[in-house]
Ligand binder design. Structure first.
Ligand SMILES: C[S@@+](CC[C@H](N)C(=O)[O-])C[C@H]1O[C@@H](n2cnc3c(N)ncnc32)[C@H](O)[C@@H]1O
Length: 202
């Protein structure tokens, strides 16, 4: 009971802060915290975010890359237009094969410094269904990231704790010099959400 109350208060405070600081969602703070810890995104970088609606993380990434950088935000849902000039949106399903081509067309031959995936399914509350849909999105995000990333580029991919995750983690470890699991402070304590961080692609 006390824990629930503390949890609610903390979520509300992130939501309030997001409103005051002009972020569309409290997810922005998950990326900002990860960036303080791992220095994933630098000024001038090109960032692709998969599963980006409504766009809190996208806005945080936009501030981190600055006016010389670019953020491409992809989601199956239609975005409300952003005021930030360094954000481009693509409305597309990342599980569909043509989404990668749409991103590549937007990049026009350039490679990407960082791929973030915050994609997650509409949760049913049935653990097996939710984790199998999540691992599908996380694996697809990982495959897309390998097609887009520069050598030495980095990833931050949302995942849920499950057995299949171990296999994906081994793949990430073999393609990146540095690997870590990360659970942001803004993630609910009751959630099995975590992020796979891979840095310096080999
Ligand atoms: C947790 S929300 C993302 C929050 C966002 N990163 C932010 O900062 O506001 C998860 C998103 O994943 C998207 N999503 C789920 N399945 C998808 C798919 N197959 N293709 C693209 N986006 C998907 C959902 O539409 C939803 O907007």
């Amino acid at each position: 009971m006390v824990r629930n109350w503390v949890e609610e208060a903390s979520r509300d405070s992130f939501k309030r802060r997001a409103r005051i600081e002009g972020f569309r969602s409290r997810a922005a703070y998950k990326l900002l915290e990860a960036n303080r810890k791992f220095k994933l995104i630098k000024h001038g970088d090109i960032v692709v975010e998969l599963g980006a609606w409504p766009g809190g993380m996208t806005q945080a990434a936009s501030r981190l890359v600055g006016e010389t950088g670019l953020v491409i935000a992809v989601d199956i849902r239609k975005f409300k237009e952003f005021n930030e000039p360094n954000i481009i949106t693509i409305q597309s399903d990342i599980l569909e094969e043509d989404t990668l081509q749409k991103i590549l067309d937007t990049l026009n031959g350039k490679l990407v410094d960082v791929v973030i995936s915050d994609a997650s399914p509409h949760l049913t509350g049935i653990r097996d269904i939710d984790t199998s849909k999540q691992i599908e999105l996380t694996e697809k995000s990982y495959e897309i990231s390998l097609e887009l990333l520069k050598k030495r580029g980095s990833i931050m991919l949302k995942a849920f704790e499950c057995d299949e995750l171990r296999i994906l983690e081994e793949r990430v470890k073999s393609s990146f010099s540095y690997f870590k699991r990360f659970i942001p402070s803004a993630t609910r304590k009751t959630s099995s959400e975590l992020y796979l961080i891979g840095m310096s692609r080999l």
